[in-house]
Design a binder for this molecule. Structure first.
Ligand SMILES: [Zn+2]
Length: 243
């Protein structure tokens, strides 16, 4: 990998930020060229609320990134954004080592962390080891225990070609529709004006989808052939819950 590709890989983007003035977590999608200056000095890491973020405005790929260097405070110790992203291989190994119940618990915990109870992020950060944080996975290197963070991506954010193949924890709030083909089905996630398909094998075709209801959705997978189709890491790496 060239150093340029390496830099691209390490470029951390944020799908949301914490505003200290409004005291809430705000989606990146709420920002645009007309209002981003209003938020300029009140955008912080959505997890630790310590590191400052800045909005990089360009027409093709506007994004939020950490302000680094100078007097800018770093991420709080044990903040997932302070760790290196886990490689696809280490995420695979981690998930492979979990049984069904453990995966269920992991997804439930991620759903709380990312969607239903964002205040627990602060609780996890007060635990100085970070080992219980659902977004971190252990990387064993000899006798030392370190952590890497799982990449996350809001389902409402737009996906780009460079996202393809990367394993993400996708999360968001939206509607669900079922496209039942008999032997398999596609679960359609409708969110922010786009539709994303997730393949379900016959034994996992859901029978509890209410098309007009809103759901919290979390899944672990990657974009394979298309930017509108998520391939799950394992067929049970998906959880949804009525809002
Ligand atoms: Zn942070």
């Amino acid at each position: 990998m060239s150093s340029k590709e390496n830099m691209m890989k390490n470029k951390r983007k944020f799908d949301e930020f914490y505003s200290d003035i409004e005291d809430k977590i705000i989606s990146f999608n709420k920002l645009n060229k007309d209002n981003y200056l209003v938020y300029e000095n009140q955008m912080f890491c959505p997890d630790c609320r310590k590191a400052k973020l800045s909005y990089v405005f360009n027409t093709k790929t506007p994004h939020l990134k950490s302000k680094s260097g100078g007097k800018n405070p770093p991420h709080q110790e044990s903040c997932p954004y302070g760790y290196k992203p886990a490689s696809n291989n280490s995420v695979r190994n981690h998930i492979d080592a979990l049984n069904n119940t453990q995966i269920e618990h992991k997804l439930a915990s991620m759903m709380r962390y990312l969607l239903t109870d964002k205040s627990i992020r602060q609780t996890f950060l007060s635990d100085d080891t970070g080992q219980n944080n659902p977004m971190l996975i252990e990387a064993v290197a000899g006798a030392t225990r370190t952590y890497n963070t799982m990449r996350r991506k809001s389902l409402g954010a737009y996906f780009t070609e460079e996202d393809k193949g990367e394993i993400y924890v996708f999360y968001g709030k939206g509607n669900l529709k079922l496209n039942d083909k008999g032997n398999y089905a596609f679960l359609k996630i409708v969110i922010g004006g786009k539709t994303i398909s997730v393949h379900r094998p016959k034994n996992l075709i859901p029978n509890d989808i209410e098309e007009n209801a809103e759901y919290y959705i979390v899944c672990i997978g990657y974009l394979k052939d298309s930017l509108f189709k998520i391939e799950l890491l394992k067929s049970n790496c998906l959880k949804y819950q009525r809002v």
